[in-house]
Design a protein around this ligand. Structure first.
Ligand code: NAP
Length: 232
């Protein structure tokens, strides 16, 4: 039976590139999208993966949506082997910490940190049941404490916290055969990264796809860019 992978925020950008790569590698992929129609439209552009991609409706900032999604996943797929916490927002780009609208900061944390946290809580029991799991948290170099600067405070803090959460879960889940890692995709041409970014979404998908298929003796509690360790 092929592995089942859930990719959040997969209707566009890097998430879509990760979902299609995982499908090309033979996994059964759930393309999770907060808009069902956007998810179906994205999936329809890859008829070659039609048998391996299914679309699930999921808003990671909505507890009820996570509960409904998890029930649907268990009913339709019966297992979950891989979770890619990719969904994120970057909505405080023009802010500095001194005057930041904390409503925007909270909204950022709700998706980028608590969304990933709640999804991990929801899907780890299915991984534990089989003694196997791979969790990939899409982070960012701007969240590194070793290279921290001002600007975009909510987004930065959300990714620093996601990095910390990666280490916490990696330690807690090590004995269950579940490997938990974070990665930075680089600066990528997406809605978030902008048209001038140097890297394609397909190229950015390489490291998370690698982490999603790690062998049992692969790393856990790591932070990677281009498959190489990155300073926290
Ligand atoms: P993107 O093009 O802006 O796509 C973001 C995705 O997240 C969309 O599918 C969006 O759905 C989804 N999303 C947002 N809020 C959601 C919610 N509440 N529930 C479910 N889905 C939600 O971003 P991207 O560039 O592909 O980024 C992917 C990941 O890489 C993110 O974690 C980002 O922080 C990280 N990253 C990106 C860059 C870069 O240069 N692009 C650099 C470093 C890190 P809708 O279509 O419904 O809005």
């Amino acid at each position: 039976m092929s592995r089942v992978a859930v990719v959040t925020g997969a209707n566009r950008g890097i998430g879509l590139a990760i979902a299609t790569r995982l499908a090309a590698e033979g996994m059964r992929v759930v393309l999770a999208s907060r808009s069902a129609s956007a998810g179906e439209e994205a999936a329809s552009r890859y008829p070659e993966h039609a048998g391996r991609i299914s679309v699930g409706t999921l808003d990671v900032a909505d507890r009820g949506s996570i509960v409904d999604f998890t029930r649907w996943l268990h009913r339709t797929h019966g297992r979950c082997d891989v979770l890619v916490n990719n969904a994120a927002v970057a909505i405080d780009g023009a802010q500095d910490a001194g005057t930041a609208d904390l409503g925007l900061v909270r909204a950022t944390l709700e998706v980028n940190l608590f969304g990933a946290w709640q999804m991990t809580q929801a899907l780890v029991p299915a991984m534990r049941a089989r003694g196997y799991g791979r969790i990939v948290n899409m982070s960012s170099g701007v969240g590194r404490l070793s290279a921290m600067t001002g600007g975009i405070p909510g987004y930065r803090v959300s990714k620093t916290a996601l990095n910390a959460l990666t280490l916490v879960f990696a330690d807690e889940l090590r004995a269950d055969g579940i490997l938990v890692n974070a990665c930075c995709p680089g600066h990528v041409r997406t809605g978030m990264g902008g048209a001038g970014a140097e890297r394609s979404a397909e190229a950015a998908a390489d490291t998370p796809v690698w982490l999603a298929g790690l062998p049992p003796d692969g790393p856990t509690g790591g932070f990677f860019r281009d498959r190489r360790p990155l300073a926290w």
